[in-house]
Design a protein. Structure first.
Length: 316
């Protein structure tokens, strides 16, 4: 058991998630203030003493990504200067995770840049959920806890209406993640192969596996512009039956994705999580949000108490 008090703090990206986690742990959310200055700079202030405390700072870095990331970095600096014993960055949605390699020459490996920034500002450890590429953990020299929402999302589909479903991976890269869903739910696995034609456009080239007569459950780590929603034509051409469900951890949800949800009657529901705060304009009737607060609270408690969390780390 740590002799240093456990404290939960939050930036402005998702205070509701931080409050839910703190409520489960039976501790108040720490007092801090973020201000946007007239010239667009960000100013942060910790409004109470944090000396010699173990801080868990919750801040998903979704839209506006750069504002939320800079706010996180400034708070890390503030906690370090205020003599906190340790600061763990809890980043349910990790920024720049898809920029994890040089796909072409002269590109930045942006995920590595973010990792370096977090370390240089004094993060003692990093916790994230369903990152795009597991290898991103290797960008860090500090401890990293890579969590997954697969158990939470898979549990939703343990209903009789999904007994004849099939788990669909939208591409080869997500096949491992899809395989974990299929194994948990004892459902067949189908893999789509796609070709990316630009940052925003993809096309499906092959469907591997038998989707005929099965209801599709498409999985992915995140949904942004909705390219995964445009791929379902290929499934129905191969004989898919019933409406399509999606199980996707991070609801980035650009306007184009919401338009497809609106217009395509074959899409029944998007089951997602609250790793990202959904503003009112993104709360679509086809979207159902499950909370990751209990999982985060459990992990935070175990880390603070020095208890093993290895059985909780089911990598996606």
């Amino acid at each position: 058991m740590s002799i240093h008090p456990l404290r939960i703090f939050s930036g402005s990206a998702h205070p509701d998630l931080a409050a839910e986690v703190a409520g489960i742990l039976g501790t108040p959310v720490g007092k801090a203030t973020t201000r946007r200055l007239p010239d667009s700079e960000i100013h942060v202030m910790i409004d109470e003493v944090v000396r010699d405390q173990d801080i868990f700072f919750i801040q998903p870095c979704s839209y506006p990504v750069n504002d939320n990331l800079v706010e996180l970095l400034l708070y890390l600096d503030a906690f370090r200067r205020a003599s906190a014993h340790s600061v763990s960055a809890v980043i349910p949605y990790f920024p720049y995770a898809r920029q994890d390699r040089m796909a072409r020459g002269r590109e930045a490996i942006s995920a590595r840049v973010v990792a370096d920034l977090l370390e240089s500002q004094g993060a003692a450890r990093v916790i994230y959920i369903d990152i795009h590429n597991r290898a991103t953990q290797g960008f860090f020299k500090i401890p990293v806890d890579p969590l997954t929402a697969i158990p939470l999302l898979a549990e939703y589909f343990r209903k009789p209406q999904f007994s004849n479903a099939a788990i669909v991976s939208p591409d080869v890269g997500r096949a491992g993640m899809a395989g974990r869903y299929a194994e948990r739910l004892n459902l067949p696995l189908v893999i789509m192969q796609k070709r990316r034609t630009s940052f925003t456009m993809t096309e499906t080239t092959h469907v591997v596996g038998d989707i005929a007569g099965h209801r599709p459950i498409i999985i992915d780590d995140l949904i942004a512009g909705g390219s995964v929603l445009k791929q379902i034509d290929a499934l129905y051409e191969k004989g898919a039956e019933g409406t399509t469900y999606l199980a996707i951890t991070h609801p980035v949800l650009l306007p184009s994705a919401l338009e497809i949800l609106d217009s395509d009657s074959r899409i029944e529901k998007l089951i997602t999580t609250n790793t990202i705060a959904l503003p009112p304009e993104k709360r679509h009737p086809k979207i159902e949000v499950l909370s990751v607060a209990s999982m985060l609270a459990d992990i935070i408690s175990r880390i603070h108490k020095g208890v093993s969390i290895s059985e909780k780390l089911i990598l996606a």
